[in-house]
Write a protein of this length. Structure first.
Lengths: 334, 334
């Protein structure tokens, strides 16, 4: 029962957080904390839970099964975990996603980690929340390429799923195997995939030793440069859309959802949480290193050219955003 | 440190086994145990360790990283775990393996579980042991499609691998990243992927309640029919080659390795351990259910037509061969 462990961990982290925050007040300042810490928010161990999808262990366990389930793809070999690979920061670390029949999509796979903190999903925000997002990749012809009808039929073929849906939603398990319930279970599982307690979070909570001097300089430059205008909130994203043309991209982005001229080449601000382990970067995955990514962002979004030392400081800071990875044991599927 | 848990589990299982075997001697016979139990061997928790590849925790941990590592494939998205999927009985549960560029191979993916007990590897035995087997799929153009030179170069690009190879083999980590050491680490990891303590094992060790009456009848029929001539030893395979033409297969099998006429259409006896969760069946994966598989084996190998009730009994017995799956936490790769 790994999820029990996760729940236990979550509560223990919250406990530690409280203690550290308390003791932090007693520490001497390092010249950065008093000025910058209140510009940021530490990452909570659990993301907001919507009123219409209470988080239960049964839903999380079911969602985990579904996340690793390749039989809801046309080929029978692609699951959510294929591109959102837990071994690779819950993304695939290739420029653009490879899906059904080895087709390569237009966009870089975003990490699932901390996605419960976003208020828009996908690069173009075409889903508002994880419940809306969950079913898209199953049906997308370049991803899993299976109709929801077929996916539901496949799941109904397994007694273990009937039992798991009954545990999660009560009543007759077979009847509970619906697209809506699939989406709710997957969303519940994803809301547990958070990475609290990064060096940066420990620093914000008062552990002045958690960051190196270089990382503190990077944090200050990040904040003073205005990066935090978009990279804000606990997941360091506003979940909002901004026009950006990164090297090699012609993607119209948000425009394809809204048909609004102003949204041409607009993309959702990606989270910076775990950014050091979710390379390559940007909507087209065309930028391999954090150093290049920081330079591109300086030029495109801030109209400035960072010096090498500045880039190095910001990159050092970004490395401090790698948190504790969720401990996931692979489920044995029926 | 999941592997620590595995080691702990292995020793606890051995302990339980000893106790159960002891108490078993004191139990009344059920009319089957005294006659049949000594025709079989329970599955040990660890497979034989070769003298030239001692099993160490560092090698197992490294082997686990490599097993989940897709960057040693040309596409960057295929790892050992893609086809030997831990969620699916360490196989893929499709008829024939899907590999590089969505190519479909000729043969069904064998499970990795308990493969350390085999004295020949692959369906055609072209590798003698896990060390010889490990590198084949990396280079195969329809599997991972990467030259070993390129794979070694990729691994050398990660500090985490340099450190892991140094931990496993000592000395300079970068220099230790060699095909031989990759193979030894993967083989070490695979030797921990065993499934002891199935109902059948508990029965053999004296727990007469571990099998149902139907399963005991199936065990007796399995043995009396001669299935055990090939399905023998702890993994219920002789690791030897037998001519068999299963429905839909034209594969020349072992002949392609030996060029010996007698080996045409000969394939290695597959393990029956966990056979209920490693469907579909046979070298071409062309048989979907255990019921059909038992009938095919009766006809092709034993020249007999099992009655429906007999098939059901044997299938019930085969279900008792599903053991405890290894608990594997997905490693966080660099």
């Amino acid at each position: 029962m790994r999820i029990t462990t996760n729940f236990r961990k979550i509560s223990s982290v919250l406990g530690v957080a409280g203690l550290v925050a308390l003791s932090g007040n007693l520490l001497a300042d390092d010249g950065f904390h008093s000025k910058y810490a209140n510009r940021f928010e530490p990452l909570p161990a659990i993301s907001p839970i919507p009123a219409n999808n209470s988080l239960t262990e049964a839903k999380v366990e079911l969602g985990k099964m579904l996340f690793f389930e390749p039989r809801i793809s046309a080929s029978g070999v692609i699951s959510c975990a294929t591109c959102h690979n837990p071994a690779l920061g819950w993304t695939d670390r290739i420029p653009r996603a490879t899906g059904h029949a080895a087709q390569v999509g237009e966009r870089n796979t975003p990490t699932v980690l901390n996605s419960g903190f976003f208020t828009a999903q996908f690069w173009d925000g075409r889903a508002a929340d994880l419940e809306e997002q969950a079913l898209g990749p199953i049906e997308a012809d370049i991803e899993m390429n299976m109709s929801l009808d077929d996916a539901i039929k496949r799941l109904k073929g397994f007694d273990a799923y009937k039992e798991a849906f009954a545990r999660a939603y009560g009543g007759n398990g077979e009847k509970q195997i619906t697209p809506n319930n699939v989406a709710h279970a997957m969303a519940s599982f994803q809301r547990t995939l958070n990475t609290p307690n990064s060096p940066f979070d420990r620093y914000l909570r008062g552990d002045l030793e958690a960051l190196t001097d270089q990382q503190k300089r990077g944090m200050a430059l990040f904040s003073d440069s205005g990066c935090g205008a978009c990279h804000t909130g606990p997941a360091l994203t506003d979940s909002y859309f901004h026009v950006i043309k990164v090297p090699g991209s012609t993607d119209l982005g948000r425009y394809l959802v809204t048909n609004n001229e102003a949204d041409k080449h607009a993309f959702k601000t990606p989270t910076l949480r775990n950014v050091a382990v979710t390379y390559p970067y940007f909507n087209n995955g065309g930028t391999a290193t954090l150093e290049e990514a920081v330079q591109v962002m300086g030029r495109e979004m801030l109209g400035r050219e960072y010096k090498k030392k500045q880039v190095d400081d910001i990159v050092a800071f970004l490395h401090s955003l790698t948190g504790e990875m969720p401990h996931i044991e692979i489920p044995a599927l029926p």
